[in-house]
Write a protein that binds this ligand. Structure first.
Ligand code: ADP
Ligand code: ADP
Length: 231
């Protein structure tokens, strides 16, 4: 499912203190494409992900997900699109503290009244190295383990589009490489659209393409990013 942003503007605050976090962003993500979004801190990466996923409303321009214009969708349709077609890995994980890792992972499907495919659940949990952590609550997990739980939660429903905000930021390089390889495989086998924010050129090297944000605008686009030369 393709995702398109055209001339997207997002402003935080009003008057003199207003921040134009996105200042006319145009970018397309094709189905089956794995894209890294890079750029300095404060350049608008997280804001862009939130706007593309319909978690934040834009102040100008348009976002289309699978041909549907997000601003044209009512709350119910938007919630449904997010629940059924989109996976989101939050930078701050957003795990529920009272639930176990396993309950956190299955929560979105539970809410949607869907049952996880047990074989896929096992495969996902094994690929993310979480098999011994499923009964733990978030407070009993390391930051890296919490991050992998957040990844599993986003991927369990096999969504058409996955947005991942720094999904390997808390992982050592070997664990991070495992997660990235799994994402690659997932794109190839399921034809997903994956958009991943990262600061790490090595992580971006796993993507098909890198787009570079600066001051709320796309300033560069690199095909087949080479970890040695990105940024
Ligand atoms: P990063 O720069 O690594 O993307 P931030 O620390 O800037 O992460 O943002 C973390 C969270 O804080 C995000 O959800 C973002 O929307 C929010 N945030 C960032 N800057 C501000 C701000 N100036 N005021 C309020 N919330 C902010
Ligand atoms: P990045 O993810 O690239 O670090 P962000 O999207 O988090 O950038 O932030 C872009 C700009 O918007 C920054 O100047 C940040 O401080 C500001 N910002 C982000 N979220 C908020 C918010 N909730 N309220 C106010 N300002 C924000």
């Amino acid at each position: 499912m393709a995702v398109r942003a055209a001339d997207v503007v997002k402003v935080y605050g009003t008057g003199e203190t207003a921040v134009r976090a996105l200042d006319g962003v145009g970018v397309e993500f094709a189905a089956g494409e794995f894209t890294a979004v890079m750029g300095p801190s404060g350049s608008g990466k997280s804001t862009l992900m939130h706007c593309l996923a319909g978690l934040d409303a834009v102040d100008g321009g348009s976002v289309q997900v699978g041909g549907a214009e997000l601003t044209g969708l009512g709350d119910r349709a938007l919630t449904r699109l997010r629940r059924e077609r989109i996976g989101f890995v939050f930078q701050s994980f957003n795990l529920l503290p009272t639930l176990t890792a396993e309950q956190n992972i299955t929560l979105p499907l539970d809410l949607a009244g869907r049952r996880p495919d047990p074989a896929w659940m096992r495969e996902l949990v094994a690929a993310l190295g979480l098999q011994d952590r499923l009964r733990h609550r978030p407070a009993e997990l390391s930051g890296g383990q919490q991050q992998r739980v957040a990844c599993a939660r986003a991927l369990l429903g096999r969504p058409d589009v996955v947005f991942a905000d720094e999904p390997t930021g808390n992982l050592d390089s070997r664990t991070g490489a495992g997660v990235l390889e799994f994402l690659r495989r997932s794109v190839r086998e399921l034809g997903q659209t994956i958009v991943m924010v990262t600061h790490d050129p090595v992580a971006a090297g796993h993507a098909d393409r890198a787009v570079l944000l600066a001051d709320g605008r796309i300033v560069d686009e690199i095909q087949q990013p080479d970890p040695e030369s990105v940024l």
